[in-house]
Structure formats: structure tokens, C-alpha cells
Design a protein around this ligand. Sequence first.
Ligand SMILES: *Cc1c(COP(=O)(O)O)cnc(C)c1O
Length: 398
Amino acid sequence: MSAEYICKKNHFYLPDDLIYLDGNSLGPMPLKALEYMPSVMQNQWGEKLIGGWNDAGWYDQPIRVGDRIARLVGADTGYIVTGETLSIKVYQALAAALDINSDRRVILSDNGNFPTDLYIAEGLIKTLDKGHQLACPNPEEVEDSIDDSVAVLMLTEVDYKTSRRHDMKRLTEKAREHGVITIWDLAHSAGAIPIDLQGCDIDFAIGCTYKYLNGGPGSPAFIYVAKRHSNIATPALSGWMGHQAPFSFEQSYRAHEGTSRMRVGTPPVLALSVLEAALDVFDGVDMHTLYQRSRVLSELFIKEVMGSCPSLILASPEKSELRGSHVSFYFEHAFSAIQALIDLGVVGDFRAPNVMRFGITPLYLEEADISLAAQKIASVVNQGLWKKQIYQKKGAVT
Ligand SMILES: *Cc1c(COP(=O)(O)O)cnc(C)c1O
């Protein structure tokens, strides 16, 4: 598959003079979604009203959209459902996993994991009140910390700050040898790098869809449950849409067979429709080819930035196979530098306290964008453009 084929810039709504290196945080809008939504509003919600649940396929949408994601993460269809946010999916996966290994008390993660994953674990531990402990060693020490005391290994494959990638296959293998249930968070993997959930024998996986999958701000998250658990995992959020017969309105909960038990409440139809259209961009895209392109572009980016900006330090692993699809640098004035860069038409982001982060997304970036972005970073850093007063003020979201 040629590079031209991968680059689908004309499928996105992106201003001509903007270089968008933040698709790892919020993907740009696919034009398909913009074209599709008026018809969903008019022909489905508008015309069909309540009938849309049956006649427009709203009821099955969480599973249908999950099946679209399945190919991108190496799962068979039928084992992924969509809905709610990733924080909720962390809760569901962790509660179900702890219930499977109910005689163990340790949740093993790492101290580079995204805070919400750890916060949710803390909250669940309190709610369960069974003396669980959350262990968060350095990412490099996780492998040695896997032993028979661990109930659940809960990791994010690609570190949101540094892009460091865990060896999913090896860690899962070791976990299985010790009877540990695995949960992999694919927030920075899905739509960016090839994943083989079934080949790696993962127990649970979760991820969001507004990053590399371009589903739009707050788009629904997904959860994967391995076949062996799909009929027995206990849903902690036992909502009516995960009931075996939601419209029997029974007094008591009975979990639905299969992964549908991870449904909670009424699905966000409009948001799922945006996502459904957004996923069309991935039709015909091979994830290995996409990731290869990401590695080529990332290498060029690192070479050019490091070559021209001696005051930046590479925060990401040097070897491209050890990275996800973003590249980060440490710079003391990272926040102001990112603001100055945005003013020059290059959008990256800042992660506290001193990380400049850039998403490398081959679906809409090519060599020329990468080189131009590197030049602009050099102007900001080397000419001290970041020093201007206007670049010092932080908004609510950074
Ligand atoms: C982006 C991200 C989240 C965000 O969770 P939301 O509930 O969607 O806000 C959670 N975990 C990881 C690892 C992330 O990268």
C-alpha cells in the first residue's frame, strides 16, 4: 500500500494552512461525519422519532460500531461494545477482572498511567472495601512485579506523555503464567498502531474513540471482553441495557449473554453516528502500513527537531518500535512554546510540567508537514518567541 493511499487528508476538515499534530488528543473531523449527520438528524431522529430504535438500527448501534473497531484492534466481531466514556470502561473492566480473581488483592499498574485510570481504581477499591491495593511501580519495573499475588494487571499500552510502548504480548504472557487477569487501555493505540487482542490473549481491553479514531469530542468509549469471559464476567454497572431482556422490565437484573452485558444505559445515538461515519476513513487501511508510515514520519520529525533545537530533550524512546504514534520533548518553557507554535499554525499540546507533545498521524500528515512543523518549532525555541506575555496565560484545558 503506497503512502499516497494512506494519506487521506482530503477526507478531513482541516484548514489549509494548519499543521495538526494533536490527533492523539482530539482527532480532526472526518468530512463523512459532517455529511452524514444532517441525514441522521432529519431522516432518523426527525422523521422516525421513537421508531428509530428499531427502524434506524439505534438499538444495535453500540455493538455494530464495536464490530467496526474490532478489525482495528485484532478482535473478532461480537466482543466489543461501545458507549459511555473511557473512565467508565476502566471501572467496568476492573470491577469484572477483580471479581474473576476474587481471592487476590493487588492491582498492578504503573506510575506513568493516565491519572483517570488510577483514580478510578482508587475509587473502586474504596467502594469494594476488601483491602485491595494499587501498586504503581515505574513502567520498566512492571514485568518484575508480576507474581501470584497480583489479581489484575491494568496498563495503558502507550504512555500518554512519553509515547513509551509496553510489550503487550510479553507482559500478558507473564501475567497469564501467574494467573493474573489483564486489562489493556488502548487510548493511545487504537487507530494508531496494530494491536492483536486475541493473538495476545488479552482478557479485557478498553479505549476511547476521540483520539486516533477521530470520533469527535467526548465520543463513546469501547470495551473488549475475551470470549472466555464474555458470558460470565459480572457487570458492575448493571444497567437495563445490559439486561438479558431490557424490555421485559423485570424486577431483578440478569446479565445479557455475551459482551452486551457491558452495555449500561441508553446509547448516545448521535455521538455513535458521528463515530460510525468517522470510522469509514479507516476502510481499506491496514494498521501495519499505517504504523510503518507513522514511524517513518516520526523519525524524520525527531531528526529535524533534535538537529535544530539543542535545548529540547527527547522524552520518547529513541527506537521507533518502542514508541506509539506521538513524539514528546522536554523543554522548560513547554507550555508557552506550544502557545507560540499554535500562533504559527502548528498545533501540538503541552503536558505538565514540561512536555511538548506531537501526534504523528499519517492519515493526514506527510513529510512536508513534518518538516515545516520542525522549522516552526525551531523558530519558537531558538528565537525565544515563547517569551511573549500572551503565551504565558493558561486556560482551563491545557
Ligand atoms: C485519554 C485517556 C483517558 C480519558 O478518559 P475519558 O473518560 O475519555 O475522559 C483515559 N485513559 C487514558 C489512558 C487516556 O489516554
